[in-house]
Design a protein around this ligand. Sequence first.
Ligand SMILES: Cc1cc2nc3c(=O)[nH]c(=O)nc-3n(C[C@H](O)[C@H](O)[C@H](O)COP(=O)(O)OP(=O)(O)OC[C@H]3O[C@@H](n4cnc5c(N)ncnc54)[C@H](O)[C@@H]3O)c2cc1C
Length: 392
Amino acid sequence: MKSENHFDVIIIGAGASGLMCAQAAGKRGRNVLLLEHSKEAGTKILVSGGGKCNFTNLSVDKENYLSHNPHFVTSALRRFTQHDFIKLIEEYGVKYEEREHGRLFCRGSAKDVLNLLLKECGAAGVKIQTGCSVKRIEKEKNFCVKTNAGDFISESLVIATGGLSMPESGATDLGYKVAIQFGIRVIKQFPGLVPFVLKEVKDFKSLSGISVNASVSVNGRSFKDAVLFTHRGLSGPAILQASNYWHKGDEIIVNFLPDIDLEEQFALWQREKPRSTVKNLLSTLLPGRLVAYLSSGLDTDRPISQRGKKDIKKIAEVFSGWSVRPVETEGYSKAEVTKGGVDTNELSSRTFESKKVKGLYFIGEVLDVTGWLGGYNLQWAWSSGYCAGQYV
Ligand SMILES: Cc1cc2nc3c(=O)[nH]c(=O)nc-3n(C[C@H](O)[C@H](O)[C@H](O)COP(=O)(O)OP(=O)(O)OC[C@H]3O[C@@H](n4cnc5c(N)ncnc54)[C@H](O)[C@@H]3O)c2cc1C
């Protein structure tokens, strides 16, 4: 008979992946303790998707993830798919809706997703201990997790502490420290899905609040979605997506009219509206403040009939290929995810167990796996948590 502080499995981090793993292991009859240092479980789930939790995407593929080991995600994404999670959502009668790009959101609130995970954990007999700070982890035959609430022993230890974004939600670097303690490689972290700061752009503040549909390209990747001008730079889904592929010093290219061949459009206007100014014509397609800003130095107040082919080409190039070099990102306080993390080459892609340390598992965002915007990061938390839960 085991003592009351001895468990089959201890999971550190009661976020998306930790809760998923706990219920899956509990259902297998494993005696599971889930440790969380915040007052409540699942804080990040509650703020996800603007409080509506974009819990998955109708189309999920390894191409939607960044990792130094790009094939690592394939196995788990196949074994616990978006349809498996949708099934769970439907079993609980959670109402949801599809938005653009196949993104699925709760109709009610993100609380619906957290509540169903807590119920699943409850039904599986998982013990959740919140407000519990981990002081030290030791390993002999078993793991010993020393905390402010006492020492806990387990055969399997799962690290599900997430990434560094949103420190106010309880993010810490404990997961990386545990990896390093056990000699497991960690890849340098950067904020991901994060707005850009454009300090060098003069008069940029005048554009604050403008939102347009555009295509943003960086390092050979392009994303078509909304771009939002902030008082410090650029945000919006297309920018957040591009930020995952951006490194300091890289330029980004914004096509403000991705669905229009501007040179052809200008030729049409020259025939049909020769007396209109270029600025007025462009303002029928884009917000006037943005047109005025991008027009600087292009002399767009003259009628379109007076503009030659060379001029037109130059104007078209600015509106469909605006190039800007962000000075930095807004950092972890505004980032949705963390790029980098525990090197997945160190783990089995089937069990998530460390190849070096028997019984030690890493799941979710603490790994060097970063999803696109659109429900991919939570799907990774569900898939990795569920799969590890079959083995711990
Ligand atoms: C504002 C915002 C909105 C987002 N919206 C979406 C979205 O709509 N769709 C989507 O797919 N993704 C979204 N994400 C990303 C998604 O929330 C994360 O990728 C996902 O929650 C990661 O799951 P995880 O279990 O790895 O980590 P988390 O869910 O972050 O859970 C980690 C848990 O570990 C706990 N923890 C940390 N350190 C310790 C410690 N030392 N001791 C004990 N416990 C600890 C934390 O308090 C937390 O509860 C969003 C992120 C943010 C910040």
